[in-house]
Design a protein around this ligand. Structure first.
Ligand code: SF4
Length: 325
C-alpha cells in the first residue's frame, strides 16, 4: 500500500539537514532514497514525458545556459509558434508510443494576452482531449493567465528555479528569483500542479544546489514534479565550456530531492545522452521516476534519447512506462 498522506511531508528543512542528507555515504544515501521511493511510488514505473518546443529561439531573456536566448549566437533554427494541428499530432503519436504526459515549451519571456496565447489555449484543450497530462512552459504568467490555462485543462506548469537564490544573479539578469516564485504562486493559486526544479553544472556550489532544493521542499505544497537537469553546454552561450557534471553529483541531487520531497515526481532531465544506461539506472535507483523522451530526439535544442531507445532501456531494467496518474 503506497503512502498518500501529505501531512507526513515536511516543509521546514534546514540547511544543515539537507547537507547531512546529501553528504551521507553514497550507497547509504541511495539505499535510503530507494526505500522512501518504494513507500510513496511504484518503483517499477517510470513516467515518460514528451517535451515539444512549440516556439523555438529568439527569446529576449539572458539565461546563460540557454541556446534559445536571442543574444547568444548559437546557430539554432528560430521557429515561430507551430500550428495547433501539428502539436496535437505530435501529442497523439507520443501517446501511442507510451507517453502519458505532454509538455509544450515556448521560448517567451512571459505570456502575452494575444492571438498566440489563444492558440496555446487551443493546444491545451486538444492535448487534454487525448487523455494526456498536459504541461506548458511559457515563461512568466499572471494569475489571470494561469486561470485561463487551468480552465482549458492544463494539468501542470513548468517554471524552474534554475539555481539558488544566491547564485541566481550569476545566471540570469533579465528577471528575478522573486519573479519566478510569483509565477509559481500564480500557477498554484489557479489550481494547476507545479513542475519546478533546476540545473546543476552552472558553476554553483554544493550549498547553492541544496539551497535550491530547500526552497522547493519548504514550499507550502511541494511541487508535484521536480526536474533535475545537468547542464547541456550549448556552443555560443556563456556556459559553453563548463565541465561535465559528475554522475555521482547527479545521483546525490536526485536522492536528496527524493528524501526531502517523497511524494514528488523527480524527473531526470537534460543531458541523458551523456549518461550510460547504467548511470541512468543509478538515478532511477536513487528515486528518479520520470524522464523526458521524444520523437524528435531533442530536448528543446539539446540532444535527447528517443522513445524507442528509452523503452528499450526500461525493458532491460525491468521498468515500465507509467500510465496517467
Ligand atoms: S531558458 Fe527560457 S526564458 Fe531563459 S533564455 Fe531560454 S527560452 Fe528564454
Amino acid at each position: 500500500m503506497l503512502m498518500k498522506d501529505q501531512s507526513m511531508l515536511r516543509h521546514d528543512w534546514r540547511e544543515e539537514e539537507l547537507l547531512a542528507v546529501y553528504d551521507k555515504p553514497l550507497l547509504e544515501l541511495i539505499y535510503e532514497a530507494a526505500t522512501v521511493h518504494r513507500m510513496w511510488h511504484r518503483a517499477d514505473e517510470i513516467q515518460l514525458s514528451t517535451l515539444l518546443s512549440v516556439k523555438t529561439g529568439g527569446c529576449p531573456e539572458d539565461c546563460s545556459y540557454c541556446g534559445q536566448a536571442a543574444r547568444y549566437h548559437t546557430g539554432i533554427e528560430v521557429q515561430s509558434l507551430l500550428p495547433t494541428e501539428t502539436v496535437i499530432a505530435h501529442a497523439r503519436e507520443a501517446k501511442e508510443q507510451g507517453a502519458s504526459r505532454f509538455c509544450m515549451a515556448a521560448a517567451w519571456r512571459e505570456v502575452r494576452d494575444n492571438r498566440d496565447f489563444d492558440r496555446i489555449i487551443d493546444m491545451v484543450k486538444g492535448v487534454n482531449a487525448l487523455g494526456m497530462e498536459v504541461c506548458c512552459t511559457l515563461g512568466m504568467l499572471t494569475g489571470e493567465q494561469a486561470k485561463r490555462l487551468q480552465e482549458a485543462g492544463l494539468y501542470a506548469y513548468n517554471h524552474n528555479l534554475d539555481t539558488s537564490e544566491n547564485y541566481y544573479d550569476e545566471i540570469i539578469s533579465t528577471r528575478t528569483f522573486d519573479n519566478r516564485l510569483q509565477t509559481i504562486a500564480n500557477v498554484r493559486n489557479a489550481g494547476i500542479t507545479v513542475c519546478s526544479g533546476g540545473i546543476i553544472g552552472l558553476g554553483e556550489s554544493k550549498a547553492d544546489r541544496l539551497s535550491m532544493l530547500q526552497t522547493l521542499a519548504n514550499m507550502e505544497i511541494h511541487p508535484e514534479s521536480v526536474p533535475i537537469n545537468a547542464l547541456a553546454p550549448v556552443q555560443g552561450t556563456p556556459l559553453q565550456d563548463n565541465p561535465k557534471v559528475d554522475i555521482w553529483d547527479m545521483v546525490r541531487m536526485i536522492a536528496t530531492a527524493r528524501l526531502v520531497m517523497p511524494a514528488t515526481m523527480v524527473r531526470l532531465s537534460a543531458e541523458r545522452t551523456e549518461m550510460t544506461e547504467a548511470e541512468q539506472a543509478w538515478c532511477f535507483m536513487a528515486g528518479a521516476n520520470s524522464i523526458f523522451t521524444g520523437k524528435r530526439e531533442k530536448l528543446l535544442v539539446t540532444p535527447n534519447p528517443g522513445i524507442p531507445e528509452d523503452l528499450d532501456m526500461l525493458a532491460k531494467l525491468g521498468l515500465k512506462p507509467m500510465s496517467r496518474s
